[in-house]
Design a protein around this ligand. Structure first.
Ligand code: SF4
Length: 720
């Protein structure tokens, strides 16, 4: 770590990496150099941060790797250019594409790491100005299924509960989440809760015996791709053993088969196929453990579920999210302290910046949908644009956008703060489109994607610009600007405003600074139940984040929704799901459908991908930090000794992995902690391009790809 020189001043800030959104204190010396980082005791993470956050100083001082000037591709090479030259070229390419091929020939592909103000502005420019819904981004890859799941069940996106619920829960149901490595302060809080209360039970469902699973009282190593069976089997036990909440079944929920309302009896009949004894073999666990886990889930004083990409990045991601919400509704394990379904977000600002601002191709801000005429009309009125300006069809989502680039339907794309040339599944399939399309890439560092840029613009990083982040539990926090952008770099907001002016939308994008955009968007939000009108910049600078709804400046924010204290719950109601016409949340009949990726004689092993604690996503930032690199080492295939014996490989051998999508070489690492039959690989290392073999099958509703279940075969690479 940098850690030299005395701190001249400490500043409150927020870690710029993951969706935990830890409050940090940043110590700058008198030359504005970031020399110390520590967790903020006053923030929700209570001073706990992980290794990545603790080394933010090294990231910010790694200046030799930063992009400092705009570059334009000339004769196949990126060469330095002025901002004027670069922005003129971008504007000219976008204009000519729109004139010749219509607005749907251009696109924006953004990120859950941009500030709220930046995503809001990009969304407004493209959907309301240019008039295309081709606005999508990397949150499609990490949490689209959770967003659809919440919306279908409760009528509104984003969780009902909060991280404080951890301190009140008696049972933790953790599924598809390696929180120990991916959300360490959250897991530390769970462990503190367990240490304080001997009644606390931890149930972990994961095909991998992760570090999180090693803390479990009940560990369920289900076969990859089968956990819909488990959730339906738990519902079967809950209904048939009368473990459900009569209050919730009678008053607060309705049942639905996906098309229309059905009766409780019909729902019960649907679950008959999911009796634990009928599904245990396919799940790879015993019927008895399913029954015990269902019992703990339903009968504990308070049950909190935590999940992330293990459920979201799946071909049945939406159904899995529906089912998690349903288990809480059926048992009444919701709307009280310690009881809540909580989908944790991977990225720092996927919730606030992308979901809430509606910066995906099917969304409009604050929970509105492109497909709904009344929602389009509301947004058109608020933005002051003619009726009918917003197109009625959703634009391209992440995978279909890059396919449209392959097919030359999209001619010009603005990529901000993300690295699709490494993060897309089956990535090699989508690279030709990046070659063919005019791509303006905005980033702080060179990436795999910047190799395909026609214009590469240097972005200001983190505390070089001001803006707000919204993390997993609806908490918005301010990141203050503490120093000027490095070199000639500019904030993404400045770049968007510049582009808007050059395209003729300077009056429409009337808010030019971060604070102006915040105030515009705050007012916009007051016309919805995402209302955060009360979160003035001044309040956010003083307070340690506020949770919406927060409609007025004297409102304390809302930790738990749908119960009194939430400003949208009508007087006299104890529970009210106001996103639904009758105030009742929906429990869906969701059948188990097996995806295409299933092992057989040709592809006998599963590949699953994820993160490690010391690297973040494609590693564009964390790979710049020496200590993080030394912890993670290079990317590799991690497998159980039984698989190593089966394939006759040993530690350090180079193997060839084949899937239906492609093949790649990599080094073997052997670990007793892996599950036989399941190989793990992290995706942070571009020299180990695991997404070359990962399937791009996706959920048909959320369009989120399945990075968790790919059938593979392995052969040993023979020395030359
Ligand atoms: Fe940053 Fe996430 Fe680590 Fe917290 S858990 S310090 S937000 S990377």
């Amino acid at each position: 770590s940098v850690k030299e020189g005395p701190v001249a001043k400490w500043h409150k800030s927020v870690c710029r990496y993951c969706g935990t959104g830890c409050g940090v204190m940043l110590g700058l010396d008198k030359n504005e150099k970031l020399v110390r980082v520590r967790g903020d005791q006053e923030a929700h993470n209570k001073g706990v941060i992980c290794i990545k956050g603790s080394l933010l100083d090294e990231l910010m001082e790694k200046k030799e790797a930063r992009l400092t000037t705009p570059k334009i591709r000339k004769n196949g090479k990126l060469v330095e250019a002025s901002w004027e030259e670069a922005m003129s070229l971008v504007a000219e390419k976008f204009k000519s594409s729109i004139e010749e091929n219509g607005p749907n020939s251009v696109a924006y592909y953004g990120s859950g790491q941009l500030y709220i103000e930046e995503s809001y502005t990009a969304n407004k420019l493209f959907k309301g100005g240019i008039g295309t819904n081709n606005v999508d981004g990397n949150p499609r890859l990490c949490m689209a299924s959770a967003a659809v799941g919440y919306t279908q069940t409760f009528g509104k996106d984003e969780p009902a509960g909060c991280f404080d619920d951890i301190d009140h829960a008696e049972t933790f149901f953790v599924i598809g989440s390696n929180a120990y490595e991916c959300h360490p302060p959250v897991w530390e809080r769970v462990m503190r809760r367990k240490a304080a209360n001997p009644k606390v039970k931890i149930i972990v469902v994961d095909p991998r015996r992760t570090k999180t699973a090693q803390h479990a009282d009940y560990y369920l190593p289900v076969v990859p791709g089968t956990d819909m069976l488990l959730l339906n089997a738990m519902a079967h036990v809950i209904i048939n053993d009368r473990l459900y909440s009569e209050e919730y079944v009678n008053k607060y929920i309705s049942f639905n088969d996906g098309k229309a309302e059905v009766s409780f009896e019909e729902y019960k009949a649907f679950l008959e196929d999911y009796e634990p004894e009928k599904v245990a073999a396919e799940l790879g666990i015993s019927a008895q453990i399913i029954r015990e886990v269902a019992y703990y889930f339903a009968t504990s004083k308070a049950t909190m579920s935590l999940w992330t990409m293990g459920l979201n990045q799946r071909v049945q991601g939406v159904f899995l999210n529906n089912n998690m919400n349903s288990l809480h509704l059926l048992t009444g394990q919701i709307n009280k302290k310690g009881a809540t379904p909580m989908s944790m977000t991977g990225q720092s600002n996927a919730c606030g910046g992308v979901r809430d601002t509606g910066s995906l191709s099917h969304l409009l801000p604050n929970g509105r949908l492109v497909a709904k005429a009344e929602h389009r009309a509301e947004v058109e009125k608020l933005w002051g644009i003619p009726a009918g300006k917003i197109q009625e069809k959703p634009g391209y989502n992440a995978l279909s956008l890059f396919q449209a680039m392959n097919d030359e339907k999209v001619k010009a794309t603005l990529v901000m703060c993300t690295n699709p040339a490494q993060s897309l599944p089956n990535v090699a399939h989508y690279l030709p489109g990046m070659e063919k399309t005019f791509m303006c890439v905005v980033d702080a560092f060179e990436t795999e994607t910047s190799k395909y840029a026609d214009v590469l613009l240097p972005a200001a990083l983190y505390i070089e610009k001001e803006g707000t982040y919204g993390q997993t539990e609806r908490r918005y926090q301010l990141i203050q600007k503490l120093r000027e952008p490095y070199g000639d770099s500019r904030s993404d907001l400045d770049i968007l405003v510049d582009l808007a002016e050059r395209l003729g939308y300077g009056d429409f994008i009337k808010s030019k600074t971060s604070k102006e955009v915040w105030d515009e968007y705050r007012e916009f939000s007051s016309h919805s139940k995402y209302n955060f009108m009360g979160m003035t910049r001044e309040r956010l600078a003083k307070e340690r984040g506020l949770q919406w709804p927060c409609p007025t400046e004297d409102h304390p924010g809302t930790a738990r929704r749908y119960i009194p204290g939430d400003p949208f719950v009508p007087e006299g109601k104890e529970v009210y799901f106001y996103g639904k016409p009758n105030g009742k949340a929906t429990v869906f009949m969701r059948p188990y459908l097996r995806g295409n990726e299933k092992t057989d004689a040709n592809m006998p092993t599963y590949l699953t991908t994820g993160r490690v604690v010391s690297q973040w996503h494609t590693g564009t930032m964390t790979r710049e930090v020496a200590e993080l690199n030394s912890q993670s080492g290079p990317g590799r295939f991690v497998m159980h000794p039984q698989d190593a014996a089966h394939y006759q490989v040993k530690e350090g051998d180079v193997i060839i992995v084949n899937s239906s999508r492609g093949e790649m070489k990599g080094t073997v690492s052997i670990s007793e902690n892996e599950t036989p039959g399941v190989v793990f690989a992290a995706f942070y290392d571009p020299e180990f391009m695991i997404n070359d073999v990962v399937s791009d099958d996706h959920d048909p509703i959320s369009f989120q790809p399945d990075y968790k279940v790919t059938a593979i075969n392995i052969s040993k690479s023979l020395p030359l």
